[in-house]
Unconditional design. Structure first.
Length: 259
């Protein structure tokens, strides 16, 4: 028998318990696009307590719409191993691996969650916690509070590392640049993404995946935007490889600190 108040209690209790269990973690990922989901899967798979906050109702970023709402994406062959890890199917079309954008997002999300990365949607990261010139967590609030313009104080989440994976908006790096005045770029500032040049963008996005401020790492389109590289369009191999590289860098550094 379904009783409405019992249903309500079950939803609220379990949701709050899960959030409480993820207020002190190893890694916070900001943004649930393809790079963020990939990073979350490989970090959690490596035994690192990881939480992902997505400001929208759904994760997946720009991958859902494929190219101009044709639900197909292109992934270069270098990222084939990641597609295989997530069991994402593909067709080889003149050297390009072509996948369904719907299947890709669904399996990236499932793979991330099944590995143990907790995902919270409709939550925005509106600030960071900085201690001794190092990022030590994030400040969060409901996205609906932000969009409604309500004056509601946020809460904090503690972490050993933060991943900026918000894509074009660069929401976290913008905050850190404003509050510290110094990022790990040639200018110390956000350089900004250049116009579309898929081949160039895909070749440098993994290179640009790195620590942009102490304990703040950038991956995916955000990495190219902060370092002044081109955007890439509906080609996603670099996004996946960037997310995996971010996970590998952070995992290695956290293990080194523990030893």
């Amino acid at each position: 028998m379904i009783e409405e108040v019992k249903v309500t209690k079950s939803i609220i209790k379990n949701a709050v318990d899960e959030l409480l269990d993820n207020l002190d973690v190893d890694v916070v990922i900001c943004g649930g696009g393809p790079a963020g989901l990939t990073a979350g899967r490989y970090l959690a798979q490596d035994g690192i307590k990881t939480v992902l906050f997505e400001r929208k109702l759904s994760v997946g970023g720009g991958m859902w719409g494929g190219g101009m709402m044709f639900p197909k994406i292109v992934v270069q062959s270098e990222a084939k191993g990641i597609l295989d890890d997530f069991n994402i199917s593909y067709e080889n079309d003149e050297g390009n691996l072509v996948s369904s954008s719907i299947e890709a997002v669904s399996k990236l999300t499932a793979g991330c969650w099944d590995a143990g990365c907790k995902i919270f949607n409709s939550i925005s990261v509106e600030d960071v916690v900085i201690r001794e010139k190092s990022v030590g967590g994030v400040v969060i609030n409901w996205t609906s509070v932000e969009t409604s313009g309500l004056h509601v104080d946020p809460v904090a989440v503690k972490s050993k590392a933060v991943v900026e994976a918000t894509g074009h908006p660069l929401e976290v790096c913008s905050i850190v640049e404003k509050k510290t005045g110094k990022l790990n770029t040639t200018t110390g500032k956000i350089i900004g993404e250049k116009s579309m040049w898929a081949e160039k963008a895909e070749s440098v996005v993994v290179e640009n995946t790195k620590e942009v401020y102490p304990c703040l790492y950038v991956c995916g389109m955000a990495a190219n935007a902060v370092y002044g590289a081109p955007r890439m369009g509906p080609v996603f191999g670099g996004m996946l490889m960037s997310g995996k590289k971010a996970a590998e860098i952070i995992s290695a550094e956290l293990k080194q600190k523990q030893s």
